[in-house]
Design a protein around this ligand. Structure first.
Ligand code: CA
Length: 245
């Protein structure tokens, strides 16, 4: 898929006449931080302690959902148990403790370069995550200094996590932009689905084990194999976003 084709397709299915690139909506886990390995380990530990069968791989597929929704779904399907909001919150705290005990996670290689290039091109970068892991949120300004707009969307802002488009719709409302001004940067199918449903031009980067085809199936407009490849493609994207004569 070339950038030109991806954007032509986007304009066709959205019925928009043009794309006016002003804003990048950026996911956190798996995009800013290489945190999914530890998240999946922590989830498996929580489920095992509660007698619920699971595999690590399935949690890569749930990536983007709120912790509360994952807990409710797994306890219902795995143990026939309806978990209340309060119980889910308590269980999520335990999961967050397991995650923290696994130690600090690395940043994703190349993401800082991509975000710097976007900033230099005058693009506003907005964080959009369903995560409520404070330790990670606190690291953003250290690892990604002067990148993000003050306005951000986290677990505290959303009722319905990804794949619901709410997180991206909230972000666009906060910074007062339209879908055909925004790219979404995601690494997981449910996140891609949320960005796509919100009407944004959605870019998938396969930073984990999820294959490219799953990202396209979820609605990605274009998929890159890593951040270095996306960085190289930024000029081509900007060129393709320019109004056609
Ligand atoms: Ca993610």
């Amino acid at each position: 898929m070339t950038e030109q084709t991806a954007i032509a397709n986007y304009l066709k299915y959205t019925g928009k006449k043009s794309f006016n690139f002003t804003t990048a909506l950026i996911d956190m886990d798996g995009v800013l931080f290489d945190s999914m390995k530890n998240h999946t380990r922590a989830w498996v530990k929580l489920m095992k302690k509660n007698g619920i069968k699971c595999t690590r791989d399935e949690f890569y597929m749930y990536e983007g959902m709120t912790g509360r929704d994952i807990i409710k779904m797994k306890f219902k399907n795995g143990a026939g148990k309806n978990v209340t909001d309060d119980e889910a919150q308590a269980l999520y705290k335990v999961k967050t403790r397991y995650f923290t005990e696994l130690g600090d996670v690395e940043v994703i290689e190349g993401t800082l370069g991509v975000l710097k290039a976007l900033k230099e091109a005058g693009i506003k970068c907005v964080l959009v995550t369903g995560s409520g892991t404070q330790a990670m949120l606190d690291r953003i300004d250290t690892e990604y200094p002067e990148i993000f707009d003050e306005q951000r969307v986290t677990a505290a802002d959303v009722k319905r996590g990804k794949p619901n488009p709410e997180p991206y719709l909230k972000a666009m409302a906060k910074v007062n932009v339209q879908p055909n001004e925004c790219i979404v940067l995601e690494n997981a199918p449910l996140g891609v689905q949320a960005g796509h449903t919100a009407g944004c031009f959605t870019i998938g980067v396969t930073t984990g084990p999820i294959p490219e085809k799953d990202m396209y199936k979820a609605g990605a407009d274009i998929v890159y194999k890593d951040m270095a490849t996306l960085l190289e493609a930024i000029p081509a994207l900007q060129e393709a976003f320019k109004p056609q004569q």
